[in-house]
Write a protein that binds this ligand. Sequence first.
Ligand SMILES: NC(=O)N[C@@H](CC(=O)O)C(=O)O
Ligand SMILES: [Zn+2]
Ligand SMILES: [Zn+2]
Length: 434
Amino acid sequence: MTTLLQNASVLGGERRDLAIEGGVLVDPATVDRATAEVVDATGLIALPGLVDLHTHLRQPGGEQAETVASGVRAAAAGGYTCVFAMANTNPVADTPAVVEQVHRLGLQAGLATVRPIGAVTVGLAGERLADMTMLAQSAARVTVFSDDGKCVADAELMRRALEHAASLGGVVAQHAQDPHLTRGSVMHESPLAAELGLTGWPSVAEASIVARDAMLAEVAGARLHVCHVSTVETVEVVRAAKARGIQLTAEVTPHHLLLTEELVRSYDGRFKVNPPLRAERDVLALREALADGTIDIVATDHAPHAPEAKQTAFADAAFGMVGLETALGVVQQAMVETGLLDWAGVARVMSTAPAAIGSEPGYDAPLEVGSPAHVVLVDPDARSVIDVDRLHGRSTNSPFLGVELPGRVLHVWHGGVRTVADGRVGVATEGANR
Ligand SMILES: NC(=O)N[C@@H](CC(=O)O)C(=O)O
Ligand SMILES: [Zn+2]
Ligand SMILES: [Zn+2]
């Protein structure tokens, strides 16, 4: 079947038609308009399928909070066609058996491509390296290695992990948190933390690890990826490392682009996340860094948690927020509506660049004829208050419940297969995965 998307604003620019046939984008001029399925895209923006380099799908072991199947529904609803699944499952994704299980569950779920991330250390214990070669050579083709949730704190181990990943053509994604500087920390270290009687998480606990890792990546001749940059100091370290020619990339989460520590005044566990929500000056520095390319990508750090883990005293609540369905709206509000990024820039930071970091093929020529048909149609003029009906995963720990956000993902194609139609997530299609 051929699908014609008529009059779309491609990457927010010129209005033209796009055509999908046989899983790829084809020249609309060659399409028989009498037989094609036509989607009126007038007023809609066409973006490439979004790629999330940092998603927690919780399976195996955390199925009460999320499964691969429920997580990819949330992903599709948010405009994602590919998600990288973090390794902090139970058991940890440190063996071919686990990454292959996650990969297989992704194929069964359809809707989006699931790329398992492999652990750096056995059991995320930070003591000895996982067999990274076996993970890379498994059917899951691991290219990203991360102990996310935990920092690879041992510098010697991190150096060897970087060397090893480089030899495999992969990348280490570091959760930058000095464990000694953050003992018992539950929110940003600030006057507000003192006022609220909560233990602070100092910015230097992040920046110091990023500085160390950048120097290790330099001596290893390796690529380093920095997870969830949250402070102005880390931005400065990343900027200096890039100026020095070090191969590092960095991500920022939607929540760190929009929210501040002030929300913690409510003592609501929904606002507890690692790294913590920071101050206004950090939020502004993160936006600027994303606009000027110091920060390469937006990654959701979608971190579902069951209600019991969140509805407790703030100090005891689990760290993490769901974010797949709200990411694009938050980026529209924080970056597009502020004039910091145009839609082509959004496509770069949410699709092309994360795919490149994760070595996911098919995203390097967004919306060009011949590319796989990973396409999203967004209504930028829609505005809606986020409620639980908008969330498709098993958990509802979103910091945006009750908040109005712009934009609405209306239609998504994953490799030419329709996964979202009129805002509704389609039936999982086995074999639609690539
Ligand atoms: N971000 C979080 O607050 N939590 C993540 C772990 C992580 O990303 O560090 C989780 O797995 O719940
Ligand atoms: Zn993390
Ligand atoms: Zn994470």
